[in-house]
Design a protein around this ligand. Structure first.
Ligand code: PEP
Ligand code: MG
Length: 776
């Protein structure tokens, strides 16, 4: 009998399915439950009789049925096949989607009696990946003949991606579970203190600059310990009562978390608030709650159970190799502290700032930053050295000068002590004498005058004395950076690092989410161009839900466009969202870390496919979007004449180019002196690239931080670069600098310094010239 052809569906397998899956992941508390919910939902929305998920066993060759809607429940866990066996095994082996009508005619078809499966006339198998490794297969089967549209297959692929990432995350949590849960140790004053007695008059503490600026004021100490030090085990606890207390504290903490999320979203942005969504997920996580229940049922009080469980998590996170994941311990600590406060009926004292001043804390948790009155924070001094922590990100968004990694700050700074925080130099002056304060006030007065002067320049273009126009655009990462960029007079965005919004979330944002985000950025820039760079993860940037591989040399490894090209669906989704947003303003699309010609060709192919897909779906998009390549690998500099024929613009990423050219890790203090942007090899490479760009009429914008150093900026203008994208707070001062120089003289000087063998002499010549300009 010929099977009926299934009617075209009402396209219910769309965005709402993806959203519902995200909601399911939030609501369900363990892997099996989540997988079961997903197969039910997908088979319902896809109008398919069967939806199954197979996952790879530890032996890395056996695929086992882990969840199914439609197959005999008894077969779940028992049916297995090897990679390459049957159609499902074939999907895993070939690592590609297979969609077939009449699958029984396929040579790889295999029938499993255990599943009591009937004759199915349509088969779709989609591989589940953890980076490049297959970890399972999602299978859809229909009794009738059904032709899945491209759009439906693409939605199924995204679903498969979501499934893969929850599997990877669940395994990560399992790894943590299997580690020994140890008692929480009280955080002691163990560190050696970075204290200097510079003169007899004052003490200087040093740290790393998180956000520049200079301020003075009284110390506002936030000595928020976790509070567990005073929690001891109790005898004869009433288990029922403790369980109830815990449930009530969880409920209260969830409500407070929602409030914090809203407060930060109102004050800053949805992006900055996203971390509280993750907190909410943890507060609802079944594994977390069960662990607390288990401890209580063993006879411990609820606060003591919490102390043990949070302590275990902190220990486990602390052992993680990846800095980003390690810093997520702050979130666990934050949750633990708020839960404890609700358990023991503590009010969060100490968080009300009594006066305006400089905040001093061992570590600032996201909720502290959300609760504190930002108007009263002039500056921040933080002992911990967590540059990626959400509180530091929020401080930057608010433009608060901050120094982090200041060892011994709490033990040395008394409450209300007079401080000068020089976050331009990473120094803190403690109890300065009157003469030092006078000197500081004089500087502050000068600075205020400078600010007034610079504020007037906001709307004035950067133009050299000889009328060469220079563009100063902003590097942005979070939505809250837009305000900082606009406040500082940026002419659009030269580099939007899209990994930041990805980092702030708990799973991959879908096309619609990304589109809304990019649309907001371009609309906020009111006609100014915005260059959006596709995902640049790997190296020092990891996503919490996309476990980075263990690599000996991550900066030379699987990062940036290499990750994107190996995950085409995610890549294409992002490109589609960017093409859609480009309808609303002048967006340019940039590919990072291009190191060979084939890569740019592949990127362009995906742009083409993305356009075709949007066209098919009838979604408006920009056909003529300018495409660019980041030139940040030495190889790309050398092949730039070929790349110039393929792209509309170059973005010169000197942060990476310098590290790759000079073999000096950009984040390693030990090799800081080798990381030298004025090294002749760097300048010669830039000169070559600038020439190539000129010959091919290819637009070029330099978006590395070296441009924030006036000596470097003078050299770069001399080499012919006219567009820069930098951290926005530097823009006003650099604009003033550019207005004071002469580009013809800079060009002559550049020709001269290119002949010099070492950077010391190069810098000396540049500084001499700068003095010369300011004298005239
Ligand atoms: C660069 O490498 O110069 C650059 C701008 O990109 P990122 O700092 O994000 O690597
Ligand atoms: Mg880079």
């Amino acid at each position: 009998m010929t099977p009926k052809v299934h009617k075209k569906s009402d396209n219910s397998l769309g965005l709402s399915t993806l959203q519902d899956i995200s909601a399911l992941i939030l609501q369900s508390h363990d892997l099996d439950e989540t997988l079961n919910n997903i197969v039910k939902l997908v088979s319902d929305r896809a109008h398919s009789e069967v939806c199954s998920i197979y996952l790879l066993d530890d032996d890395a060759v056996t695929l086992r049925l882990r969840a199914s809607q439609g197959l005999d429940p008894a077969s779940i866990g028992s049916v297995s096949l090897k990679i390459g066996e049957g159609l499902t095994g074939q999907v895993a082996k070939e690592q590609r989607l297979i969609a077939l009508e009449e699958p029984q005619n396929h040579p790889h078809y295999r029938y499993f009696a255990e599943t009591k499966e009937e004759q199915f006339h349509t088969f779709v198998g989609i591989p589940l990946f953890d980076r490049t490794l297959t970890i399972g297969v999602l299978v859809i089967q229909n009794r009738d003949l059904y032709h899945y549209s491209e759009e439906e297959l693409s939605t199924l692929t995204t679903i498969a991606f979501q499934v893969a990432s929850i599997v990877v995350n669940a395994r990560l949590l399992d790894t943590i579970d299997n580690q020994q849960f140890l008692e929480l140790e009280t955080i002691g004053a163990e560190e050696t203190q970075s204290r200097e007695l510079d003169t007899e008059e004052y003490v200087v503490l040093r740290g790393q600059i998180a956000y520049p600026g200079v301020v003075s004021g009284q110390a506002n100490i936030i000595d928020q310990q976790l509070g567990f030090a005073d929690i001891f085990d109790e005898q004869d606890v009433n288990i029922e009562a403790e369980l109830k207390k815990l449930d009530e504290a969880l409920r209260k903490t969830r409500i407070q978390t929602l409030y914090l999320e809203k407060r930060v979203a109102d004050k800053l942005s949805q992006e900055d608030a996203a971390i509280f969504h993750t907190h909410l997920m943890i507060l609802e996580d079944r594994g977390f709650i069960e662990r607390l229940h288990d401890r209580i049922e063993e006879g411990h009080s609820a606060p003591y159970a919490l102390k043990k469980v949070i302590g275990g998590y902190l220990k486990a996170f602390g052992k993680m190799e990846d800095a980003y994941l390690r810093e997520r311990a702050a979130d666990m600590e934050d949750i633990g502290r708020r839960l404890l406060a609700n358990l023991v009926g503590q009010v969060t004292e100490g968080l009300q700032l009594q006066h305006e001043g400089i905040l001093v804390a061992k570590r600032l948790l996201p909720s502290d930053m959300a609760i504190l009155d930002h108007e009263l924070i002039r500056g921040m001094i933080i002992e911990s050295n967590e540059a990626n922590s959400h509180s530091v990100i929020m401080a930057k968004a608010l433009g608060i000068p901050a120094v982090i990694g200041v060892k011994g700050a709490l033990s040395q700074i008394e409450p209300d002590a007079e401080l000068i925080l020089d976050a331009n130099a990473g120094a803190i002056y403690l109890n300065p004498s009157d003469s030092i304060l006078d000197e500081y006030f004089r500087l502050e007065h000068d600075r205020l005058q400078e600010k007034e002067r610079l504020d007037k320049l906001r709307e004035v273009p950067a133009t050299t004395r000889d009328n060469q126009r220079v563009m100063l655009r902003a590097n942005i990462g979070l939505i809250s950076d837009i305000n900082i960029a606009r406040k500082n007079g940026a002419e659009g965005v030269g580099l939007y690092r899209t990994e930041f919004p990805y980092m702030a979330r708990s799973s991959f944002p879908d096309r619609e989410d990304q589109y809304q985000l990019y649309k907001r950025v371009i609309e906020d820039f009111k006609g100014e161009p915005v260059t959006i760079r596709t995902l640049d993860i790997g190296g020092d940037k990891a996503l919490p839900y996309f476990t980075p591989p263990q690599e000996d040399n991550p900066f030379m490894g699987w990062r940036s466009v290499r990750v994107s090209l190996d995950n085409r669906e995610i890549f294409q989704t992002q490109i589609e969202a960017i093409l859609m947003a480009a309808v609303h303003g002048p967006i340019r699309l940039l590919f990072p870390m291009i190191s060979n010609f084939e890569e740019i060709r592949s990127c362009k192919e995906i742009v083409h496919e993305a356009k075709q897909n949007l066209k098919r779906l009838g979604i408006p998009y920009e056909e003529n979007i300018p495409l660019g390549a980041m030139i940040e690998v030495p190889a790309a500099v050398r092949i730039s004449p070929h790349l110039a024929k393929e792209v509309d613009f170059f973005s010169l990423g000197t942060n990476d180019l310098v590290q790759y050219l000079l073999a000096a890790d950009r984040g390693n203090n030990l090799v800081e002196r080798y990381y030298d942007p004025l090294h002749p090899a760097v300048l010669l490479s830039i000169e070559y690239l600038a020439q190539v760009a000129k010959q091919h009429d290819t637009d070029i914008c330099l978006c590395g931080e070296m441009a924030t150093d006036p000596a470097c900026l003078l050299a770069l203008i001399g080499l012919g670069i006219r567009q820069f994208s930098i951290s926005a707070p530097y823009i006003p001062r650099l604009k003033e600098f550019i207005n004071s120089i002469d580009s013809t003289e800079a060009t002559k000087l550049a020709a001269e310094i290119l002949t010099l063998p070492e950077s010391k002499a190069i810098r000396a010549r540049l500084l001499e010239k700068i003095d010369n300009f300011s004298a005239n």
